[in-house]
Design a protein around this ligand. Structure first.
Ligand SMILES: [Zn+2]
Length: 275
């Protein structure tokens, strides 16, 4: 685990400087002997930058700190997770499907949307689903300073606590983006970071069939599935395709013998993870 209390953006800035200096030295025929050190340093800097960026955006790595994206593969369970809501009428439609099929899921809620639709948050909570923090304005936390990261998370926790009486203890950073400072702030607020192991890119509205097939193709025991009942804080795009796909995904996985659990249930069955 990389224990560097430094923003990704600062590290990338530093590397960009090293790359420029390396290339300049090579261009000016300096640092070329016995080999082209300037050029090699520049190439190493570029590769390092690509690596650091990928570790910040790919869901399945713990380089910057512990994140959870997959449950124990021994258990035939799946956790459906819905991001960016609440967003009428799609959140209600998804809740209706979950209720009819007796399925429990997890909703990573945007604080601003929660403040606008407290009744929907209450319904999610009352129907036994888990609620997680997804920041207040759905911002890219890699571009925010430490104080903004804290405010985004605390404000969302506060609004969710005021509606449900329970403070969330899980968080999903928007787009899954995180760096050492983001993870440190989340840990300081007692929030476990949850990414995902299956995504269908449903937010691009690629068609119901594609959402269903992309999801089912990747499902294994303990999968955490990323879906969207909302659309950031814009709340403009339709989520009708996701609603239709969820019905089919649940139907298919039930025939295969899968049970549906919340993220807490997935975490509880993982070794070394306390709730
Ligand atoms: Zn999101």
């Amino acid at each position: 685990m990389l224990d560097v209390n430094m923003r990704l953006i600062s590290m990338l800035g530093l590397l960009t400087g090293i790359v420029i200096i390396g290339l300049a030295l090579d261009y000016l025929y300096i640092a070329r002997r016995p080999v082209r050190w300037g050029l090699y340093v520049a190439i190493a800097g570029i590769l390092c930058g690509v690596g650091l960026t990928l570790t910040a955006v790919l869901p399945e790595n713990n380089i910057y700190g512990r994140v959870f994206c997959q449950g124990d593969i021994k258990n035939k369970v799946v956790a459906l997770t819905f991001d960016d809501g609440p967003y009428p009428p799609y959140t209600e439609q998804i809740l209706d499907i979950l209720k009819a099929d007796d399925v429990k899921a997890t909703f990573f809620i945007v604080g601003k949307n929660a403040a606008q639709h407290p009744d929907l948050v209450r319904r999610i909570f009352m129907e036994g689903h888990q609620i997680g923090n997804h920041t207040y304005h759905h911002i890219d936390l890699l571009k925010a300073n430490r104080q903004t990261v804290i405010e985004e998370l605390e404000r969302t926790n506060d609004v969710l606590l005021s509606i449900t009486g329970v403070k969330p203890h899980i968080v999903r950073p928007p787009h899954g983006f995180r760096d050492p400072v983001v993870l440190e702030v989340m840990a300081g607020l007692g929030l476990k970071v949850v990414e995902w192991s299956v995504m269908s890119r449903d937010w691009t509205n690629p068609g119901v069939e594609k959402i269903v097939n992309r999801t089912l193709d990747k499902i294994t025991n303990g999968s955490v599935v990323l879906l969207h009942d909302g659309d950031g804080i814009r709340s403009e795009a339709s989520r009708a395709q996701t609603v239709a796909a969820v019905r089919l995904i649940i139907e298919h996985l039930k025939t295969e013998g899968y049970s549906f659990v919340t993220v807490d249930d997935i975490l509880a069955n993982m070794k070394g993870v306390s709730r």
